[in-house]
Structures are given as C-alpha cells and as structure tokens.
Design a protein around this ligand. Structure first.
Ligand code: NAP
Length: 311
C-alpha cells in the first residue's frame, strides 16, 4: 500500500494511538508519524519502544506541518487539546479523533478549528481493557468497524482520504450521523459497560462472597464482566458524562426489561424466560456470522496446559 498522509500527528499515546501507529507502519500509510503525550513518562516509553518517528513535548509542536491530526485522548479532554493545537494546524489538514462518543466531541472540538481545516470525527469499534503506549498492536483494527461521523458540510474528499487510511489499517469503515452513533453505542457498548461495572461492584459489596469465592469460582459470566469492568476509569467516566442522554435512555429501557424478568422469575413464568433467552441467543449467532466474534468454546480462550513443576 502507498503513503496516504505525509505526516500524521498522534495526540495522546495510549492503546488506540499506539495501535494506529503500528497499523499505519504495517501498511506504509504515513510518511512520518509524530506523537505527543502530556506526561514525560508516556513520552519516554513511546520513545523507548520506537512507537513514532518523532516525539514532541507539546501537542502544538506535533501538529505543525501534519496533514492528518488524530486526537487520541479521553473524550472529556478533546476540547482542551483542540484549543491548544488550533493555532498551529496547517491549512488543508484533516483533524480526526477516536473518541467513543461523537456529538459531544464535535461540540467541544468544532468551534476551535480554523477555516480551511477539515474535521472528520471517527470512532474505531475496537479496544481492549489495557491502556498506555505499550498496549497497542497492529492487528487491533483488523476486520473491526470504524465509524466516521462527518457533519453535512464536511468536505467529502477529506472523509474519503481518512476512510482509505482506516481501510489500510485493516478496518471496515462506515459513515453515520453523530447522534445515531451515540445511540447505537449506548446500546452496544456504553450501557453494557455500566452493567458490568455494577455487577462487579455488587459482588465487591458482598464481602463474604468476594473474599475468596468470587475469584476461586469465577465462571464465564462473572469473569467476562470483570474483564469489561477493568476498562480505563477515566475514559469510561468521560463516556457517561458525554453520552448522558442516550445512555440514560437505554438504561431506562434496560431497567424495565430487568423488572419484567424479575417478575417472571418471581411468578415462575418459565415460558417468558425461555422465549426471552431464545431471542437473545439469536443475536449472538448474528454477531458470529458477521465475523465480529469467535464461536470457539469459552470465547476462544486458549487453554494453557500446565506441566507439573519439579520440586
Ligand atoms: P489510553 O491508553 O488511556 O491513552 C490515553 C492517552 O490520552 C494517554 O496518552 C494520556 O496521556 C492522554 N490523556 C489522558 N488524559 C488527558 C488529558 N486530560 N489531556 C491530554 N491528554 C490526556 O486511552 P485509549 O484507550 O487509547 O483511548 C483513547 C481514546 O480512544 C478515548 O477517547 C477513547 O474513548 C477512545 N477509544 C478507546 C477504546 C478502548 O477500548 N480503549 C476503543 C475505542 C475508542 P498520559 O499517558 O501522558 O497520561
């Protein structure tokens, strides 16, 4: 594949920026990758592992001469970063972001960007519960969706170029209205995370169970909740603060359904439970068929065969 952007500036050097750097390198999509993070520790690690061609102390310095700027900071920090870089952006450059919420990011970032700079918001639907510059890997976006949410007045050529970059990183790209994105993600990601946080919190409250039994007997259900509930607290705090309306809407519906299931259990209404679980099972099949998860037993976890240790 050939170079799509001459100079890409990554602002924030965590899991997503790191994975983008690896994926762009793998396909030779960027002439130069410049990175910047607020803390000296993160910049030092990024330099040590050679994440970017160049690391700068400030975001303002990183964006100079870049034809693509990617904001890879938590959703709540996007506006402040946009204000910092705005006077230093090159004419004709594209600014994008990878934030998990779109409308609020557009509201924060848009007003800071000067005329002649294109803003194409984006969100890769790929991640892990790990953070920081060492967490990134080139395959993160392979076959995963990236949603771009350009506003109606966004230059289609800028969107098309960014689409090509993401496709070069292995992703499938779709365009969507920002509000619709936030509602869809409230259903598929934000509310499920909140439920996982709650379930793990409930278990933690039941001290007599958690002390040892929750860990010792952690079966697939709870164990998978704990993986989700280990996600970055800053990012997820910001997700709920910036996607408030859609999350509250879905949470309201969730609570109603929960009460209905609670009533079915109390009344011994097995038919209701069975019909409900049959419907939900079909959704899992759809996800497997769409290639978005594995149907290997135990979610494809590799069993490590333990050799007896010598004494
Ligand atoms: P991460 O690994 O925690 O990295 C975050 C980066 O942002 C770090 O370099 C951090 O700098 C910097 N940062 C944090 N707070 C900041 C602030 N107030 N001002 C300036 N910089 C700040 O996070 P990530 O997982 O890559 O997430 C980055 C973005 O991707 C978020 O907007 C998130 O919504 C989105 N996203 C995440 C996932 C996921 O699963 N993780 C998936 C899709 C999209 P220091 O290291 O110097 O503190």
């Amino acid at each position: 594949m050939s170079v799509i952007y001459t100079r890409v500036a990554l602002i924030g050097l965590g899991l997503i920026a790191g994975s983008m750097a690896h994926a762009m390198r793998r396909a030779g999509l960027a002439g130069e990758i410049v990175g910047s993070a607020r803390s000296p520790e993160t910049r030092a690690i990024a330099a040590e592992i050679g994440l970017c061609d160049r690391i700068t102390e400030t975001a303002a310095e990183a964006v100079k001469g870049a034809d693509l700027v990617v904001l890879c900071v938590p959703p709540g920090a996007m506006g402040a970063v946009a204000a910092e870089i705005a006077p230093h952006l090159a004419q004709g450059a594209t600014v994008t972001d990878v934030g998990s919420v779109k409308r609020d990011v557009i509201t924060q970032v848009g007003p800071h960007l000067p005329q002649g700079v294109h803003f194409v918001p984006g969100h890769p639907l790929a991640g892990t519960e790990h953070s920081g510059p060492r967490a990134g890997f080139a395959e993160l976006f392979d076959n995963r969706y990236v949603l771009l949410t350009p506003e109606p007045d966004t230059d289609p050529a800028a969107t098309a170029k960014l689409r090509a970059l993401w496709e070069g990183c292995g992703a499938r790209v779709e365009e969507m209205d920002a509000d619709h994105h936030d509602l869809v993600l409230a259903v598929t990601s934000h509310t499920p995370h909140l439920i996982a946080y709650t379930m793990v919190g409930v278990a933690d409250d039941l001290r007599r169970v958690t002390d040892s039994e929750v860990i010792k007997y952690s079966a697939a259900g709870f164990r998978d909740f704990t993986r989700i509930a280990a996600s970055d607290p800053t990012m997820w705090r910001d997700v709920f603060l910036t996607n408030k309306e859609a999350t509250l809407e879905i949470l309201g519906r969730f609570t109603e359904e929960l009460f209905a299931l609670q009533r079915a259990i109390r009344r011994g209404d097995g038919d209701h439970l069975h019909a409900y679980f049959t419907r939900t099972r079909a959704i899992r099949r759809g996800i497997i068929e769409a290639g978005q998860d594995t149907d290997a037993p135990d979610f494809g976890r590799v069993k490590v065969k333990r050799e007896p240790t010598e004494r």
